[in-house]
Design a protein around this ligand. Structure first.
Ligand SMILES: [Zn+2]
Length: 444
């Protein structure tokens, strides 16, 4: 398998939207495809990649994740036919999946793919746009349903990592699909405390919740996110469950990189479902609305943008303590306008860059008696009732601020797949060399 001829082809495979809320999972289909590929005369040239795209688009499948596989093969035609069959047979089209599959045969990926991928990360891309891209560039592709999956399939091939993490996804046996997942909570807690920060977002101490198990009927038993292959494999040996599992596969991923919030939103053309960041000054006093959500506005280039911090993020107390003039850097997605409100930025992180002094005007204090003076009436000045001492104006009192110039993130339970957690703020993993010394796919 390792001695291959020069006329072998590098084949990039992009797959998206094979799942529905009722079942399947694009990563599991990829696991099945990889199991098939392992029996063929091919060579893997990179880890499988799990790319999360814009989490703020309305019709995303759970997590909006697409997969890329890159292999070297002598017989691309056969491989492509077989993979197309896999996608046809296993996509959950009955329950609304709109699978897309894209092949690209060349080592170098064209810039047009990279550009498309960047857009899919932060914007809403129509399937029409994807179909146009496919036909204009003469790209081999296949889709079922309405073809929405082409967006992620093209995007997955074009995604350029500037940082990455890994996720070890452990799959159930078919007979267990849909059944309750029984996992030892104490083993997950122990796994996190033993391997953190080499793994992340496994368990939420605050709410005593296990975060590695999904809740739906999909084939994933658990997923462990971490910085290296070694770390996620080690962590998986620390997690206990009585269920007999099928196997695992490790994906290189943009999860935990915050990549969807790296671009600055343009206030002149804020479109619904765009993701990115803004820097501005608070220009409206925060208000708490029904449900405990906090709303305020910031001013960016003379435009006023309404922002929302939702209760489950557990940072509403931070938003509530903002005052006029505070300079902040916020990231999130634009919510579509409705009958009751205009467009709103749903906040996914809040970094305070500058705090304004909170001055309160109060009646002056008498220097002789150390007592508060009384007002003599509108514009009449102030007077001490004890000694008659007079003053013409109020004095200012500085109220200490309850928030600091720093980054505030939602509670880990409210994180998106893409959310960059605190311990990864300064972390950047340079492109990991493809290394098979530790198996990245393993059947139990
Ligand atoms: Zn006095």
């Amino acid at each position: 398998m390792s001695i291959l001829l020069q006329n072998d082809t590098i084949l990039h495979i992009g797959i998206d939207d094979t799942d529905s809320p009722k079942g399947m999972c694009t990563t599991f289909l990829s696991y099945k495809i990889v199991k098939f590929l392992e029996r063929q005369k091919i060579e893997f040239v990179d880890f499988p990649s799990l790319i999360r795209f814009n989490p703020n688009i309305p019709w995303r499948t759970r997590g909006n994740g697409a997969v890329r596989l890159t292999i070297r093969t002598k017989n691309p035609k056969k491989i492509k036919n077989k993979i197309t069959q896999f996608v046809t047979s296993y996509s959950d089209t009955k329950n609304g999946a709109n699978p897309g599959l894209v092949f690209f045969q060349n080592k170098q990926i064209p810039v047009s793919f990279n550009k498309f991928s960047k857009l899919a990360l932060c914007k809403l891309i129509s399937r029409k746009h994807a179909k146009q891209f496919v036909s204009e560039n003469n790209i081999e592709s296949f889709y079922l349903g309405n073809g929405q999956g082409l967006v992620g399939a093209i995007g997955a091939i074009g995604y350029k990592f500037f940082d990455h993490t890994f996720e070890l996804l452990c799959y159930r046996k078919k007979s267990q699909f849909g059944k309750k997942r029984r996992i030892s909570k104490s083993s997950v807690k122990n796994m996190q405390s033993t391997t953190f920060p080499e793994t992340f977002s496994s368990y939420d101490k605050e709410s005593d919740r296990v975060l590695i198990t999904p809740h739906g009927p999909d084939p994933v038993f658990y997923g462990i996110r971490g910085e290296t292959i070694k770390a996620v494999v080690r962590a998986s040996t620390l997690v206990n469950s009585d269920e007999k599992l099928d196997g695992y596969m490790i994906f290189k991923s943009n999860q935990g990189t915050g990549d969807h919030l790296n671009n600055e939103l343009q206030v002149d053309e804020l479109k619904p479902f765009n993701s990115g960041f803004l820097i501005g000054e608070v220009c409206n006093k925060p208000v708490i609305e029904r449900g405990g959500h906090v709303f305020f506005s910031i001013k960016v280039k003379d435009r006023k943008i309404r922002c929302a911090v939702y209760k489950p993020t557990k940072i509403t107390n931070v938003a509530q303590n903002l005052i006029l003039g505070d300079k902040i850097h916020i990231g999130g997605g634009i919510r579509k306008a409705s009958k009751n409100h205009g467009r709103i930025l749903n906040v996914e992180f809040l970094r305070i860059l500058r705090l304004t002094k909170n001055h309160l005007l109060v009646n002056p204090t008498c220097k002789n008696c150390n007592k508060k003076m009384k007002s003599k009436g509108y514009k009449q000045g102030f007077c001490c009732v004890k000694c008659g001492n007079r003053s013409t104006s109020k004095s200012t009192l500085e109220i200490p601020r309850k928030i600091q110039c720093k980054l505030y993130l939602p509670s880990v339970s409210a994180h998106r797949h893409l959310t960059r957690p605190y311990q990864r703020i300064k972390k950047r993993n340079r492109d990991a060399k493809f290394n098979t010394s530790i198996p990245w796919v393993h059947i139990f």
